[in-house]
Every structure is written in structure tokens, then in C-alpha cells.
Design a protein around this ligand. Sequence first.
Ligand SMILES: [Ca+2]
Ligand SMILES: [Ca+2]
Length: 218
Amino acid sequence: MRTLMKSLIFASAAALALPAAANAAVTLGSVTPGTAPYSGPAPTFDFESAAPVSGGLVTTGSVDGVRAQPFGSTGNYWTVGPSDGSPGIMDLSSIGDIFNISFLWGSVDEYNFIDFLDGNGDVIATFSGSDIFNPANGSQTDPNLNPVVRFDISGEHVSSLTSLRLRSTSNAFETDNFAINAVPEPATWALMLLGFGAIGFGMRRRRSSDKGVRVRFA
Ligand SMILES: [Ca+2]
Ligand SMILES: [Ca+2]
């Protein structure tokens, strides 16, 4: 009996512990066809001043078969590929909590990959060009293949996400206008407030039934 109780307690504790871990993730939040000029979120890194990247190449303009300036990108952009260097790393360790990251992904190719890494260099999540649009054929003019993509970060990874690693097995993976968001989106705030509201409502109900009187919170 005692063993049964113990395993029940253990199972409940495990069930309580699970949701937080299961919810921790990096998810593809949105893919918005690109515009010229660019009309996405205000960039943290537009490569016009020094950005915390290593590998690949920060440059401007296009070279046939090597790299193409993303549709809607101006000035410098960051490209990764066999000709210019792959992988490329963006160091986010100076930014603290990160709730979402968006950037302009130019000429999306099926052989482009982005890894989200924690402080140990372990991969939290990986996405390929084919996750963004199908077919990911690298068009340099189709807005669908030059979109602003947003990735949402949740749970423990809000604090543990430390760097991005861009890889491309063929030319090339071109990006510009990285917007790193250190505060939750309004929708996330609404959900959090809803959660607090539900907890408050639960407490009020419990108090009412315990004491047999209605407790009002001003
Ligand atoms: Ca730029
Ligand atoms: Ca490309």
C-alpha cells in the first residue's frame, strides 16, 4: 500500500513536472511574404553596423551562383554557403531572455538549415528551407521565397537559447534584418494574463466554499 502511495505521488509529481518541459520549444510562428522595401519588425541587426556573427560573409549585391541579395534587403546582408563559408554563427549570449526572433530569409533553398543552440552548443531545434515554403527553389524575386520568418521561443529555452547556427550545403543561405525580441508578444501576454486570471478565479472560488462567504478582491 505504501509502495502504491509512493508511486502515485511520484506519478503526480512527474505529471506536474512534464508540461513545463513539453512546452519548452522553438516553433515556427509565422512566414510573411517579403516586401520591397522591407516592412517587417524593426531589426536589431541589419548588418549596417557590426553584428555578433562569425562565419559566412557580410556583404552587399549579388554574384551569380554564389549569393543573392534578399528581395527587400538593403545595404549589407549575411550569407552562408560553401563559397562564402558555412556554418555561420550568430552569438546571442549578450541578449538575456529571448521570446522570438524574426529575420528576412532570402531566396529560400531546401538545403538551408538553421539550428537554435543552447549554452552547451546542444541543438534545441532545427528548421530547413522546406519548413518555410514548398518547393524551396531559391527564387530571388518570389515574395513567398523571400519571407520574413518569425520563430517563437518558450519555456526554459527563453533563457537558454544562446546562438543561431546557419548552414547551407550549396550556395547559399542569405539573411538580413534580424529582430531579436526580449519581451513576449502581445498574444503571449494575453495568455499569461488569462492564466493569472484563472488562478485568481480558482482561489476566489476555493475561499468562498471554505468559508461559506463570498470574498471580493478589489
Ligand atoms: Ca541590411
Ligand atoms: Ca538562397
